[in-house]
Write a protein that binds this ligand. Structure first.
Ligand code: NAP
Ligand code: MG
Length: 499
């Protein structure tokens, strides 16, 4: 590690030392050898690996170097039909009849197996999706295991979750997930469905199917009755085939608002239950009385965590005018010290952008931001030659109406706006088509309660950001979707309350 003095600046009789914060760490890559990736994966249907009926496979690549990792089956309508039929049989003949405490044992077993194979899962997650190993190792995989543990605990206690009511399972759940938290989203969806006695057909995203397929291996080894969980890979058409299948009782979707709207239109007039977890444009608000260094660290975590590929990323920062200069200077210094590079290196803060397409979207928005007249600042770090990369970027002088303040970018790009009063910032924060999450930074508890009461967002963090726990519900307002996942609330979408 080396910190070198760059220059000293004299201002208002105070000498400020500026340091070159590009700290040098020796590389500390995680070994790929702890992970086994097969050259080809079939579909996991009825407890076994089945060839896709169309005979088609597609590549999944490592976005950090564009190398092919494996090829994965492309499920068509006939395959989805097979998966739904397997899930229906398993539901009627086995799963719904099984005593809840027996179901719980399987879910506990899956949780323990995810823990046992945590290292391999973390490596594969980082290889397939581009996220830093520190995140997949310390966040994605343990949180996925925790979801299984948590919901295993609920399986035989539903009468306490819904007192004086009888909660019956719904049937077959079709679950469609995005690429930003592939294993965690799979756990987030599968665990409550199984705990409440439903069976599952799950589709991971096209660019990140590998950890869901590893989870299928775990499920197979766990001895879970065949057909209870089926995992079909493919792109949007496979997802649409799940949504439109007549024998699906419940759709759980996490992804973009655009596709969420398509799904809602497709199921209108059917009696399918649905939850939609969609996009976001979270406002992170810093008041002048906040502990600024802590707040800056929270903002950095809020937007640059997982390359900004987070639906609840704090992508809009509202900072009170009196401290805005100070906060912006601290943010610029801090992004300069973020380490961008090899996702498998344990020192890496920001990994690869998930796909070429996503990188193009981010670039499009950076261009729009400049054209709109905002001032751009990006880290001066160097980027690897191959793969999809984006420097941590921030925009100042952003107008409330600017597209970079209104639309979801889903990348490491922060839009900074200022405010003077509480009323003004509430008005601005709520002026968004989305309402998934938000953050408030202040020293005053009363201000936290006042703000959180008036903000229209499903999750609001106070003096912290991006904290997740299986016991707490998560979900949005407005175009961020409806329904809650996680916690006690996460059981409700998977049950029918029959009296
Ligand atoms: P996306 O394009 O909506 O894709 C999500 C999933 O839906 C993928 O598996 C996708 O398949 C599939 N899909 C695409 N078209 C479909 C259709 N017509 N019918 C059924 N399924 C279809 O979203 P994304 O770009 O992957 O993910 C990023 C978005 O997810 C962001 O907007 C983000 O905010 C949101 N997100 C929300 C939450 C939340 O909890 N609210 C969490 C994470 C992400 P392929 O990708 O394989 O084509
Ligand atoms: Mg990939």
């Amino acid at each position: 590690m080396a910190v070198t003095k760059k220059k000293s600046v004299k201002k208002n009789n105070t000498i400020k030392l500026k340091f070159d914060t590009s700290w040098l760490y020796a590389p500390a890559p995680e070994s790929k050898s702890a992970a086994t990736i097969k050259p080809q994966y079939d579909l996991f249907i009825n407890g076994e690996w089945q060839k896709p009926s169309g005979g088609k496979y597609f590549d999944t690549i490592n976005p950090a170097n564009e190398e092919k990792l494996s090829e994965v089956a492309d499920a068509n309508e006939a395959d989805v039909n097979k998966a739904v039929t397997a899930a229906r049989n398993a539901y009627e003949k086995v799963w719904k009849k099984m005593p809840a405490k027996e179901r719980a044992k399987y879910i506990f077993r899956i949780a323990r197996m995810v823990q046992e194979r945590a290292r391999e899962l973390a490596i594969i997650e980082s290889l397939d999706g581009g996220k830093p190993i520190r995140e997949s190792r310390d966040f994605d995989v343990p949180t996925a295991a925790n979801h299984f543990f948590y919901y295993a605990g609920w399986a035989d206690k539903l009468e306490y979750a819904f007192p004086n009511r009888t909660a019956a399972s719904v049937g077959v759940a079709g679950q469609i997930i995005p690429w930003n938290f592939p294993l965690l989203m799979a756990a987030w969806k599968i665990a409550p469905a199984l705990a409440t006695g439903n069976t599952v057909v799950l589709k991971p995203a096209e660019t990140t199917p590998l950890t869901a397929l590893k989870l299928a291996e775990i499920i197979q080894e766990s001895g879970l009755p065949e057909g209870v969980v089926n995992i079909v890979t493919g792109a949007g058409a496979t997802g649409a085939a799940i949504v439109n299948h007549p024998d699906i009782n419940k759709i759980a979707f996490t992804g973009s608002t655009e596709v969420g709207k398509i799904i809602q239109r497709s199921i209108a007039g059917t009696n399918k239950k649905v939850t939609l977890e969609l996009g976001g444009k979270a406002a992170n608000i810093i008041f002048e009385d906040a502990p600024l260094d802590q707040a800056v660290e929270g903002v950095i975590n809020g937007i640059y965590f997982n390359q900004g590929h987070v639906c609840c990323a704090g992508s809009r920062l509202y900072v009170q005018e009196s401290v805005s200069k100070q906060v912006i200077r601290k943010l610029k210094d801090r992004i300069e010290s973020l380490i961008v590079g090899d996702p498998l290196d344990k020192n890496t803060d920001i990994g690869a952008i998930n796909s070429k397409q996503q990188l193009e979207t981010i670039r499009k928005y950076v261009k729009i931001g400049k054209e709109e007249g905002a001032e751009m600042y990006e880290s001066s770090c160097s980027l690897p030659g191959r793969g999809f990369w984006c420097r941590p970027t921030l925009f100042t002088n952003v107008a409330q109406s600017a597209r970079i303040a209104q639309e979801e970018i889903f990348g490491p790009v922060l839009a900074i706006l200022t405010f003077r009063t509480d009323d003004e910032v509430i008005e601005k924060a709520n002026n968004s088509p989305y309402g998934l999450s938000a953050g408030v930074w202040t020293d005053k508890g009363s201000k936290i309660f006042n703000m959180t009461k008036r903000m229209r967002a499903g999750v609001i963090w106070a003096n912290t950001f991006n904290k997740f726990d299986p016991t707490s519900p998560f979900g949005g307002y407005k175009e961020s979707g409806f329904g809650r996942e996680g916690g006690l609330h996460g059981l409700l979408p998977y049950v029918k309350l029959i009296n």
